[in-house]
Design a protein around this ligand. Sequence first.
Ligand SMILES: Cc1cc2nc3c(=O)[nH]c(=O)nc-3n(C[C@H](O)[C@H](O)[C@H](O)COP(=O)(O)OP(=O)(O)OC[C@H]3O[C@@H](n4cnc5c(N)ncnc54)[C@H](O)[C@@H]3O)c2cc1C
Length: 816
Amino acid sequence: MPDIQTPDKTRDKKLPSHAKVVVIGGGVVGCSILFHLAKFGWKDVVLLERNELTSGSSWHAAGQIHTISSDPNISRLQSYTIDLYKEIEELSGHSVGLHITGGFYLASNKTWYDYLKRERSKARYMGLNQEFISPKEVAERHPLIDPSHYLAALWDDQDGDLDPSGATYAFAKAARVYGAQYFTHTPATATAQRADGSWDVRTPKGVINAEHIVNCGGLWAREVGHMQGVHLPVQPMEHHYLLTEKIDAVANHPTRLPCGIDYEANIYFRQERQGMLLGTYEPKGTPWKVAGTPWEFGHELLQPDLERIADRLELGFERIPALGQVGIKDAINGPFTFGPDGNPMIGPVPGMRNYWVAVGVMAGFCQGGGVGLSLAEWMIDGEPSIDVWAMDVARFGEFATPDWGTVKSTENYERRFVMTFPNETLPKGRVQKTTALHDRLVAKGARMDQSFGLEHALWFANGPEDAHEDPSFERNRSHEYVAREVAVVRNAVGGIEIANFAKHAFKGAGARAYLNQILAGHIPLPGRLSLTPMLTPKGRLYGDLTIACLAEDHFMLVGSGSMQEAHRRWFEASLPGNVAYSNVSDLWHGIALSGPKSRDLLARICRDDVSGLALKFRDTRHCFVGGVPVILNRISFSGELGFEIYCRPHYLLRLAQAIEDAGADLGYQWYGARALMSLRLEKGWGAWGLDYRPDFNVVESGLDGFVNWKKEFVGKSAAAEQKASGARRKLVSLVVDVDGIDVSNDEAILKNGRAIGYVCSGGYAHHAQKSMAMGYVEIAHSAPGSQLDIEILGKTYQAEVLGAPIYDPNGDKMRG
Ligand SMILES: Cc1cc2nc3c(=O)[nH]c(=O)nc-3n(C[C@H](O)[C@H](O)[C@H](O)COP(=O)(O)OP(=O)(O)OC[C@H]3O[C@@H](n4cnc5c(N)ncnc54)[C@H](O)[C@@H]3O)c2cc1C
């Protein structure tokens, strides 16, 4: 077990009365943030620790470090974190006990082998050094492992282990080299905001006023949040690892043994002194202190319960037999904090000013450096240098209550080494938020999923009993049902629920001017709609929005449902006094009709003239449909003639009934999100969060066609520079020559074996009957007709870059 460090001599130092930033919590995350802020030039930064540094989960971590993560940018940041340890060791003079041994990810069955092939493909374009090795090579590198259990292993040079306590202290002391200060035995007992937006942080040593505060409370993140009414959906979980007695084969091995993860056995392992360390995530997780972490909890461990992990240990002993042949020297059970999807929650809390969090970091030694880097960039530069959406606290909203957080965090703990397939829906914490259509659609056979807490239909089976699927990397039984929905939209008329789109309302005399400034595109005249990108000051995409001008001083923006809190935070940060803004996503539900017969259907239930002359493409209006008041937008994401009908939630059932009744003889059917994604692929339209996100700019994404270059707007000078210097990569659509499998995302795009880009989204285009992908490729390979390869599950498939949408390239059907 790692040593606890000697108490810091600075504990009795006088607390300053003011600082630019106060970081609350001296675990690895808080110390990394302190380090990065000071390194990047904010010297006047102070960290408060209620006890000694590392007094939460940081001191008893297993200290294993690796780069693999479900999110490519988190992988990149994990790689950055590992590289950083040498720097902070040298700077601080404090050993981090780093051993870069390299590590294995062991595949004991085809599914895990496929998973690792996907990871390898990702690593190719990220430039990470990962390669497959055979079971024989596994045994050569780690003679304790029984190779007969494995098909192969993915090897990563960068993996290893460190001393968690040493690493935390090294961050803190390196921060001090850059001028930061930290104070131990200085608990923050209360936080209060002044009228100027600054914060008073109360401690037993006095009050310190700061422009910004950062909650890095780790095991106490919830309690620190409660001081300000911030309810973070994180949950500490109990976790075990074992340390064995000396193993001769370890002691006599000439070099330190590599570390590893065996997913199927659900174990991780590494060398610890002359023995081994073995940890596991048991199938039934044990949340710790659901009601709150006691302030008295210090450098303590929990009572081990080996019964709970007995099955996993047995598997571990089977695969690394030497572990079962020696005694257990120590069994560690310690709590650490998980978030609902397993990723950290960082950034400014929406609805608050100068209140930042970096919490729920469940792999602090793999991720702490990257979290510190990204948060410091965000605070100092206004935005992180890479897209950290997968870690943004704003991906959770009001729906993410503490109870929901406990349920989902527990699920995530249990699934830490359990496969989640790209088409898999997770079962826990469901039906948290529903619309009036939920039961009706389920009764019709909807297979549902959850997005930003809200249930929505993925695809429709033949009734509820039929609404099941086996998650897989390949196409599954939903494929034929989705084909049926696509056919309905292309040939007749389909309806999809659109409650899960975000809606933002802007009212007031200054609304037009404000939107003109914050959005890069044209702001429509009353009664009209337009599409517009939204950019950060550095010219990165921060939104892809539809804007409806309902009146000269009243606009409704429609955008990504999952980004709604992030967008609220963005708007509120710059809102002038003469604009009233609100996130009205939950106040407007609705249904989008699409298909050649959608106008016929609409005409039957709307008294207004909805002919092409009276309701033109990109018109918007208040009217009545199905006898209820609505906002009617003539627009569609399917590439067909289409209408979005937004109504208040209490009218939704009535509207749905009217549509079903009027559409029966027109072939009306409901369709789900998978069909919509297939339809938009045929049009070559990117989707927010996949093809459009802050990693990309307006020029390379092709959204520059929607920019109004004649006006001033946020991000204009950066975007103009990007335009002038030309894109180095470009978003393209590709047709992929596959054999029953489609891309999902993150696959490498290759030219002569070299990764020249990667897939952002894709799947099967059912109407065109082609497998398609969208991805960013080097500009030299972006020309229509370019012949490329895409690596799917380790096999390469030919792909051709398209020059125009494969369906209705001129948009005649949509405009018709
Ligand atoms: C058994 C076990 C094994 C693990 N193995 C690994 C591993 O192999 N690799 C890996 O990367 N991660 C591992 N982890 C996870 C890792 O320990 C955590 O991700 C990491 O410690 C989180 O750090 P933190 O700074 O967010 O939180 P914490 O370490 O909990 O730190 C929070 C700090 O804030 C202080 N604090 C709280 N409230 C206040 C207040 N009001 N005022 C002042 N100070 C306050 C606390 O005293 C504490 O020191 C493991 C964890 C456990 C329990």
